[in-house]
Design a binder for this molecule. Structure first.
Ligand code: UTP
Length: 290
């Protein structure tokens, strides 16, 4: 059985929840303290043994490609001014993994974005990591999913329980327990609480067999005129080849204002240059709050 060595990071969404900031700046490059969201996602993939990473971006997101390119002038300036530690940080980025850039010409949905990566993936298993979801902690979620795939050979996706009030924001799965994992029978795209089969949601980390592509190719645009990843997943579920697993890492929806702030505070509290001062600041700020 082939190991999971490739990943797709869909990053072509319009980011409307972050307008006006996302009019010209891709949310995937928003900083968590001093490093863009996307770098955390890529590091998670690399920690799972991924070697080739396809970033699917859209129009107006060329800054993402530039981020992984050389920056001659900056590197030259840093070298000449002896700022070797900064130079090393910058230089490391372009050598992190084999980054392949693909353009999704129209934001036709997450399923369509994933399908854009098909020519690079071929018939190999692959991971999908949403570019605006941050998972902190080890083992990384993608590492856990790859391990599950190695054991079973079935597509395995991360699932988490959400409160009723959040059910309509996620893909929701109908599951039955299967040892330490769950068998997924069906996936619904952002259902109402009434329609939802459970409170088990998809937070944006997946490992798929390449058969997913054949289902996505035959998927007609569904909710909001988009080709949904969940529709393709239903093809795998119908074959009995889709499983879910919980995970240990702490997860933040950084494509959402509140999740982004949470992730920044969390990382700020861990960062050696900001940790102590941020802690004191938060203590002062919250003193007397009810
Ligand atoms: P979201 O549902 O978060 O959409 O997409 P969005 O456009 O990024 O953000 P909002 O809701 O308008 O604020 C989930 C993931 O799917 C990608 C996004 O980049 C994000 O990682 N996506 C979505 C695409 O790559 N292409 C699409 O056509 C749609």
């Amino acid at each position: 059985m082939k190991k999971v060595k490739k990943a797709i990071i869909p990053a072509a969404g319009l980011g409307t929840r972050f307008l006006p900031a996302t009019k010209t700046v891709p949310k995937e490059l928003f900083p968590l303290v001093d490093r863009p969201l996307l770098l955390y996602v890529i590091e998670e993939a690399i920690a799972a043994g991924i070697e080739d990473i396809v970033i699917v971006a859209g129009r107006g997101k060329t800054a993402i490609e530039d981020f992984f390119d050389r920056s001659y002038e900056l590197e030259d300036t840093l070298a000449k001014s002896g700022k070797t530690d900064l130079l090393e940080k910058i230089s490391k980025i372009k050598n992190m993994a084999n980054i392949i850039s693909i353009r999704q010409k129209e934001a036709l949905g997450l399923g369509h974005a994933v399908l854009c990566g098909a020519p690079v993936i071929g018939d190999e298993p692959f991971a999908v990591l949403l570019g605006d979801e941050i998972m902190l902690g080890r083992p990384s979620v993608t590492e856990e999913l790859c391990q599950a795939y190695d054991k079973t050979g079935f597509s395995t996706v991360a699932i988490m329980e959400v409160p009723e009030s959040d059910v309509s924001k996620y893909g929701i799965v109908k599951v039955s327990p299967n040892g330490s994992t769950f068998k997924i029978h069906n996936v619904a795209e952002k259902p109402s609480v009434k329609e939802a089969a459970s409170r088990w949601a998809l937070p944006g980390r997946y490992v798929f067999e390449s058969q997913l592509f054949s289902y996505l190719k035959n998927t007609k645009p569904g909710k909001n005129g988009e080709i949904q990843l969940t529709d393709g997943m239903n093809g795998l579920a119908a074959e009995g080849r889709l499983y879910g697993t919980t995970f240990q890492a702490k997860r933040f929806d950084a494509g959402d204002k509140f999740g982004f702030l949470q992730a920044n505070i969390e990382i700020g509290l861990q960062h050696p240059e900001t940790s102590a001062r941020l802690k004191t600041y938060l203590q002062e700020l919250t003193r007397g709050w009810k």
